[in-house]
Write a protein that binds this ligand. Structure first.
Ligand code: SF4
Length: 279
């Protein structure tokens, strides 16, 4: 028996596989549920506020309006599971919202949004390379003063150390590849805006970086195929385990992988039952 292949790769799946193959399996193949976390939900909220900000005319993109955008996004989030399941009491919710406001305030230290010419916000892109579906969401695609494409990705966690920075820049090359294949143009610049620091990491995609990401994607996909065939996804304990949602299934923490198998099979049986009910 072998495990089913994941349907696609994305920058986060590639880095998940590189960090810990077993965590990748739990997320991308078994689709185990992941409880929402405060940092991830806060990050989504700030992304939603910035998305609203960039739907406004340039002159209206002020800090004051960004707070209105944040308030609008909060109203939507209040009815979503990722927010409700955090179970924040009044004091914790006030801190959560205050931290989101601080991230927006720091965003304004990184750039002046009135000077940006966006041509796409939260763009869901998909291409196929060598039989592998690649999917990515570009937070913001814009034109610079020379009419060149610029990709911007907001990050609400801290900026990475040197080793992780290389991984993040591999994600950058992934976005550049998506643009090249879909729009026939390589972006002049891809920038990661780390709001918490605040810090911008800017990269200029090249032939070399594009070839590098294609090679890396091919190598990761081959490794995923082999691991699925052999049912061999190994844990790689590291400090990332502190944030891992799958400890209950991970043998390095006394968990059982068999529980993940059972979850995946139950889910597939339920899906098939739903499909036959529709026929
Ligand atoms: S707890 Fe650590 S080793 Fe286990 S799956 Fe998660 S990241 Fe991997």
């Amino acid at each position: 028996m072998s495990l089913p292949l994941p349907v696609s790769l994305s920058p986060s799946k590639v880095s998940s596989f590189t960090d810990c193959a077993l965590a990748f399996r739990f997320s991308a193949i078994d689709h185990l549920p992941e409880a929402p976390s405060v940092p991830a939900t806060r990050g989504s909220l700030v992304h939603a506020a910035l998305e609203r900000l960039f739907c406004l005319d340039a002159a209206e993109r002020t800090f004051e309006r960004s707070l209105v955008c944040l308030a609008d996004a909060v109203e939507v989030f209040r009815s979503e599971a990722d927010f409700i399941d955090l179970g924040l009491d009044d004091a914790a919710e006030a801190t959560f919202l205050d931290e989101a406001r601080v991230l927006l305030e720091k965003y304004f230290r990184l750039e002046d949004p009135t000077s940006i010419t966006p041509i796409g916000i939260e763009l869901k892109l998909e291409i196929e390379v060598g039989g592998v579906k690649l999917r990515g969401i570009i937070d913001r695609l814009e034109l610079d003063a020379d009419g060149e494409l610029v990709v911007t990705d907001y990050k609400t966690g801290r900026a990475p150390g040197e080793r992780q920075e290389q991984q993040r820049l591999a994600g950058v090359a992934f976005y550049s590849l998506l643009c090249e294949r879909l729009f026939g143009r390589r972006p002049a610049k891809v920038q990661l805006l780390y709001l918490a620091d605040p810090l911008a990491i800017i990269s200029t995609p090249t032939d070399r970086s594009t070839r590098g990401v294609e090679r890396k994607l091919a190598a990761v996909w081959t490794a995923v195929e082999r691991a699925c065939e052999r049912e061999d996804f190994r844990p790689n304990p590291s400090r990332l385990c502190d944030w891992c949602a799958f400890k209950a299934y991970c043998p390095s923490f006394g968990g059982e992988v068999a529980l993940a198998d059972a979850y995946r099979i139950d889910r597939e049986l339920a899906r098939q039952a739903d499909a036959s009910a529709l026929v």
